[in-house]
Ligand binder design. Structure first.
Ligand code: MRU
Length: 345
């Protein structure tokens, strides 16, 4: 399905040249509510509360947030303050800091009267390049799965057009595979605690007409073991220089299960998610979110009052468990420091 047809059905962000609007993903699938944003602070708030989410899309939103801030106040002070508030809204996905840095660099190269237009132009470039990356990586990923003869694909979290430019990362690979072959099916993990799989991936797959089944996260290992899924494809929030990949918590367990079942385990994402400044997975900061996300759902308690909880939002899968890292520039397989450096060279 072409990016245009996906966009007719699923959009996470809209830029009208001056203002960014986002589809509030906290309200999906029940309600489709669009929110207009105005600058760095409200964009950072939307990112922090996951109204806009997914590594590439928080980069895109942050770039527009900074551009809107600079339109209102075209100064270097506003640039620094806006950049700080945006970058600190979520720590794990490197796309956020990457996009803000790109806007900062574009603005530094502009004259005082063109600060705002330079920022807007850079944000649009970022969105366009993420759209193109989604399309290219979906082809590379579908090539790998086609070669492996995989037709039933297990995935985690939400990695479609709600999370990235274009039509997604891991989900875009599934979409491309479904276009190429009859009988492709997605097994979507619900993704506790915030149910991005149940609420968002199921919503996207329904809109796209791709056959799928939703499972609880705990069912994934036995589904792989029983041969009911042929491969796992997930997205990523930060890939370290050695190929260790941070993604939504639960991903590492799927990688271990895939290895035990001898199923290919693919990590898909644009190169904006690769961070050569982070040497390995141990150096990736893992966002710790409010314990209430674990002890309650939608403000309804699911545990006794006073229950202590840990809520790491991401985990790290070691490169040794990843069959292939799929990017718009091609794949790294095996996933090694050299193969990643070669992709970026
Ligand atoms: O907390 P979220 O919903 O922003 O987490 C999203 C993920 O972990 C995705 O898998 C990741 O961003 C890749 S999306 C291309």
């Amino acid at each position: 399905m072409a990016i245009e047809s996906v966009r007719e059905r699923i959009q996470a962000v809209r830029w009208d040249g001056k203002q960014l609007s986002i589809l509030d993903q906290t309200k999906l699938p029940g309600q489709e509510v669009w929110i207009g944003l105005t600058g760095a602070k409200d964009t950072a708030d939307a990112i922090e509360r996951l109204a806009v989410r997914g590594a590439p899309n928080i980069g895109i939103a942050a770039a527009y947030g900074l551009a809107m801030e600079l339109s209102a106040n075209p100064s270097l002070g506003a640039l620094e303050e806006g950049a700080d508030v945006l970058v600190s809204s979520r720590p794990t996905a490197v796309n956020l800091a990457w996009a803000v840095e790109r806007v900062r660099t574009a603005v530094m190269g502009a004259g005082p009267s063109t600060i705002a237009s330079a920022a807007r132009g850079e944000a649009q470039k970022i969105q366009a390049s993420e759209d193109a990356a989604s399309l290219a990586l979906s082809h590379h990923g579908a090539d790998v799965l086609t070669d492996a003869g995989a037709r039933t694909i297990l995935t985690h979290c939400n990695t479609g057009a709600l999370a990235t430019g274009g039509r997604g990362s891991a989900l875009a690979v599934c979409i491309e595979l479904a276009e190429r072959h009859e009988g492709v099916k997605v097994i979507a993990c619900e993704t506790r605690p915030l149910l991005q799989g149940a609420r968002l991936t199921a919503w996207e797959l329904q809109k796209l007409g791709i056959p799928f089944a939703l499972i609880v996260d705990g069912a994934a290992a036995s589904i792989l073991r029983r041969g009911l899924a042929d491969a796992v494809v997930v997205g990523c929030d930060r890939v370290a220089a050695n190929g260790d990949a941070a993604n939504k918590v639960g991903t590492y367990s799927h990688a271990l299960a895939a290895q035990a079942a001898s199923a290919p385990f693919l990590v898909a994402g644009p190169t904006s998610t690769i961070d050569l400044a982070t040497p390995d997975g141990d150096a990736i900061e893992i966002e710790e979110r409010d314990a209430a996300e674990v002890t309650s759902y939608n403000n309804t308690p699911v545990a006794p009052a006073g229950t202590p909880a840990l809520n790491p939002a991401f985990d790290v899968t070691p490169a040794s468990l990843i069959t292939a890292l799929v990017t718009e520039r091609g794949i790294a397989s095996p996933v090694t420091t050299d193969a990643i450096a070669a992709l970026l060279s």
